[in-house]
Design a protein around this ligand. Sequence first.
Ligand SMILES: Nc1ncnc2c1ncn2[C@@H]1O[C@H](COP(=O)(O)OP(=O)(O)OP(=O)(O)O)[C@@H](O)[C@H]1O
Ligand SMILES: [Mg+2]
Length: 314
Amino acid sequence: MVDTDAPVISIHRLTKRYGPVTAVRELDLEVRRGEVFGLLGPNGAGKTTTILTLLGLAEPTSGTVRVLGLDPTREAVKVKRQVGYVPDSVGFYPGLTARQNLRYTARLNGLRDVEDRITEVLEQVGLGHAADARAGTFSRGMLQRLGIADALVKNPSVMILDEPTIAIDPEGVRQVLSLIRTLREEHRMTVLLSSHLLYQVQEVCDRVGIFVKGRLVAVGSVAELADRLSEGRVVVEVGVAGDPDAAARRLAEVDGVQEVSREGDLLLAVCGGQSRARIAGALTGAGHTLLHLRQRSSHLDEIYHRYFHHERTE
Ligand SMILES: Nc1ncnc2c1ncn2[C@@H]1O[C@H](COP(=O)(O)OP(=O)(O)OP(=O)(O)O)[C@@H](O)[C@H]1O
Ligand SMILES: [Mg+2]
């Protein structure tokens, strides 16, 4: 029987050294079935090394790695059959068409009768119209999507994407992220992606792990990490019609509000996480017309820099 609660990827005390360099240090990590997990960290953090051990392309120095219950070092072929991998630089034959390139990889992987499947995955990544155009004419964004199509031909249950948004323009990034969302939502895939462009991938990740110098310094949803750093404090933007000074005075008296300041037409309240309803009630109760009420979300960039900074100054 398949244990559906078992993590799809589980890493226990993984250490990987290259000579004197420790690329990954005592890493513990679990990726659950059906989630999009973002491995985030600056250049040289050990993201690619971790990914390579999951695919059996790098052997752990110590510790254990399991993908769908398999040991990638010993059962690389079985892992490869079920795991789609999109490397950070996808290479295709420029003189071959998209379809011919996919056919070529499929043949290398020993897959047969893939013509319909190739048509299907090219449609799925939005390259149906370019199926018979040469890969050499593709933009970087199109090449990235062709890389995803290539990994999808075998119908994997897990996708691993190394820096999927690197070096592509904002529209290309949006297309790749929406594709990743579809893989999870419509095809129930588990997705592990790596990135150092945190603000780009923030919205698509159910959970993220912040990776610095081979060590994981924090794991959780973006909201959880933000909460942990802000120690439960949030900033709420308030806009009222009429006299903002009177509203600011009333706001400062609301239970849970610690600080009030002005920013243009808005009042900013630093307060506990659950204060919004009380703020609305207090202001309308005092006769103010509320035009705007919004909790500011912490940017992952900010979160990440603060974790990174803590790590360096320790
Ligand atoms: N084959 C190798 N031989 C020697 N050192 C390596 C090798 N691969 C990686 N390293 C080193 O291990 C560390 C982690 O590298 P890795 O490529 O895993 O980081 P990364 O997080 O993917 O970085 P990037 O954002 O630049 O892709 C770096 O110091 C790197 O120089
Ligand atoms: Mg890398």
